[in-house]
Design a protein. Structure first.
Length: 268
């Protein structure tokens, strides 16, 4: 009996060890390709994700690379326009998405989201010589936004006397702002700061709006619960061991915001 008990214990130990190894290798993570974590990102979205020296880099890239490392996977990046990124995840074009996308009620009807991994703001920019000094100056003007973004929703709800003009991505929006096709443009706060510092045509901030109640999360298809659980575990560990703070300081700034917990639920 003792011998049989020891055999059962040994078999159970081997099974647990094998299951842990299988999970680490992506065998139980509902991935498109075992061993690889494919990530949909948007380009020209510094400091979150953009091609720098021929390589995809940024906050979202560093963050998801670390998630992949913790799951013993190799991260692979695929470019997507923001408007199509949720459908790409839902239809398994990629395993996860990291498009700096806020967790909202309508978006949760399409895909699942991880625990929040980023809290930012959004900012309206205008050429410094435009004469637009504040939100009141937006009346009768053209405000460019990224199509399907939270900024587009906010602009349509808030600036009723302003013409809202959607664009496919941040690069196209910046070109239109600099060339005068739009009078103002709505960007994520980090990207707006980059453009203010680097734009050949001087740009000024009209308004910067905190986005504490709509943090961003990693997108995961609704039929991949194991992958969602693994990503959430990785995010919790990154917050706990200081990796989140390190990546935030590297790409965004020294003042690291506290993230909402895994029980966060959007209200809009």
């Amino acid at each position: 009996m003792a011998s049989n008990g020891l055999l059962r214990l040994a078999a159970g130990t081997i099974l647990v060890a094998w299951s842990g190894q299988a999970l680490a290798q992506g065998m139980n993570l509902e991935l498109n390709n075992p061993g690889t974590l494919s990530v949909c990102v948007t380009d020209a979205n510094a400091p979150m994700s953009s091609v720098i020296d021929g390589e995809m880099q940024g906050y979202e890239v560093s963050f998801t690379k670390d998630i992949a490392r913790r799951l013993d996977l190799k991260a692979e990046y695929r470019l997507s326009v923001f408007e199509g990124i949720f459908a790409a995840v839902a239809n398994h074009v990629c395993d996860i998405s990291a498009g700096s996308h806020s967790i909202t009620i309508p978006r949760k009807e399409i895909i699942n989201f991880s625990s929040p991994h980023f809290v930012g703001s959004y900012t309206i920019l205008t050429p410094s010589d435009s004469g637009i000094k504040d939100e009141a100056g937006l009346a009768g003007k053209r405000l460019g936004v990224i199509a399907a973004s939270i900024q587009e929703t906010y602009a349509n709800e808030t600036y009723k006397d302003t013409q809202i003009v959607p664009f496919p991505d941040s690069a196209a929006l910046l070109i239109s702002l600099q060339s005068g096709q739009v009078d103002t443009a709505f960007f994520d706060g980090g990207l707006a700061a980059t453009y203010v510092a680097s734009s050949q045509r001087p740009l000024s901030v009209v308004v910067s709006i905190p986005n504490d109640d709509q943090p961003a999360g990693i997108g995961v298809a609704k039929d991949r619960p194991n992958l969602l659980a693994a990503v959430n575990k990785a995010i919790a560990d990154m917050i706990e061991d200081g990796t989140y703070a390190k990546i935030y300081k590297e790409w965004v700034g020294e003042s690291v915001p506290t993230l909402p917990g895994p029980d966060f639920m959007p209200t809009r």
